[in-house]
Ligand binder design. Structure first.
Ligand SMILES: C=C(O[C@@H]1C=C(C(=O)O)C=C[C@H]1O)C(=O)O
Length: 363
């Protein structure tokens, strides 16, 4: 196809006009968001400006209305950033995440809150919980389950001793790469560093390509990326953010054994999140260890046609009960049918704790 200069010029003129329009509209939107913040402060001086359910509704509406040619996810990502910038005008959201910088958890935090949020790396999952509990940050982001390797048990255990709520979820496609520094001797790699979950997610690939290399588990894949800078015979498995942060090269891309490898992260905070129209609830239930306990627990969900999306069993650490169950299901605690089920579950269980109701992840 050949573009005549005249065509190109007129198209660019049209783009300039559209940009002027977009600029005007985004500014008008930011003004509106500012006014919303003023209204919120008038009714409650300590008001939280960020509203997870409202943001989910805005993004879902945009995805539904999107006429193309941009795909809906791409369009929602643009709106995600507009909302993030609007919110930061009044109050940048402070978010603690499982660090160090360059982890998938940081990527998840930015995907959920947008680039205008202030994100702070923490050394461990319980530190993220502590920062949120202490009110030093507005929210925390922690990994909870991976499609290949299953549950992140540390996160579930942290909920047992905490009053923290779940305010949201975000799912991230995880792509791992084999990374080296510019000083690494690529044909002499005898050691591969990564987080144990990442090593497990790339097990078959490592067996096939580096069967003799020692696999060294470290606290995060960003830490693995940092470490190999000073070791000429070592490689790291990590994602794009860590590769960029530490200036590493990719020897092999997307080496995860399963192409649909993804991780679910939870947004934790102290807020009760109202209904967004498409919500999930997470609860933790302690049962006495007696025959039929699990059946008794699940039966009310079945009878009220409530969709369970996850069931996880953890040994109780208190000794009073033998098992605790982490259950996720579709619906919100403010819905009467969910309230009815919880009432029944309370009668059958030794203890029920609602961790939170929150919008099903949009992006
Ligand atoms: C504008 C509001 O406040 C914040 C900003 C939003 C936005 O820019 O659309 C949406 C929800 C809140 O996080 C609101 O509550 O409507």
């Amino acid at each position: 196809m050949t573009d005549t200069p005249v065509n190109l010029d007129s198209l660019r003129e049209r783009i300039d006009e559209l940009d002027n329009e977009i600029l005007r509209l985004i500014s008008a939107r930011a003004d509106c968001a500012k006014q919303v913040a003023e209204v919120k402060t008038q009714s409650d001086p300590g008001a939280v400006f960020y509203r997870p359910e409202r943001e989910a509704q805005v993004l879902r509406r945009i995805m539904e209305l999107n006429p193309g040619p941009l795909n809906s996810e791409e369009m929602a990502r643009l709106f995600r950033e507009i909302m993030s910038a609007c919110l930061a005008l009044e109050q940048p959201t402070k978010v603690a995440y499982l660090g160090p910088e360059g982890t998938f958890t940081q990527q998840a935090a930015l995907k959920h809150f947008g680039e205008s949020a202030v994100s702070m790396p923490m050394a461990a999952i319980d530190e993220v919980f502590r920062e949120v509990e202490a009110g030093a940050v507005n929210y925390g982001v922690v990994p909870v389950e991976n499609s290949t390797e299953g549950v992140v048990s540390h996160t579930l255990d942290s909920f047992m001793d905490s009053s923290i709520h779940i305010c949201g979820e975000v799912v991230l496609r995880i792509h791992h790469h084999l990374l080296v520094a510019d000083t690494t001797l690529r044909d002499k790699v005898s050691r591969v560093y990564s987080h144990p979950q990442s090593l497990a997610q790339c097990r078959k690939w490592l067996d096939a390509h580096y069967p003799r290399a020692e696999r060294v588990p470290v606290s995060s894949n960003a830490e693995a990326a940092r470490m190999i800078k000073s070791e000429w015979h070592s490689a790291a498995i990590a994602g794009d953010m860590a590769a960029k942060l530490y200036g590493l090269e990719k020897v092999a891309e997307k080496i995860e054994d399963r192409p649909d490898n993804s991780t679910r992260f939870l947004i934790i905070g102290s807020q009760h999140v109202p209904m967004s129209g498409e919500d999930k609830t997470s609860i933790v239930v302690a049962m006495r260890n007696q025959p039929g306990a699990l059946h008794d627990l699940l039966e009310p969900f079945h009878r009220h046609s409530i969709d369970l999306t996850r069931l996880e069993t953890r040994p109780s650490r208190t000794g009073v009960w033998n098992y605790v169950f982490f259950i996720d299901f579709k619906g919100h605690v403010d819905e009467p049918r969910v309230a009815a089920v919880l009432e029944e579950v309370r009668l059958r269980a030794s203890e029920v704790k609602v961790l939170g109701s929150y919008p099903v992840g949009v992006l």
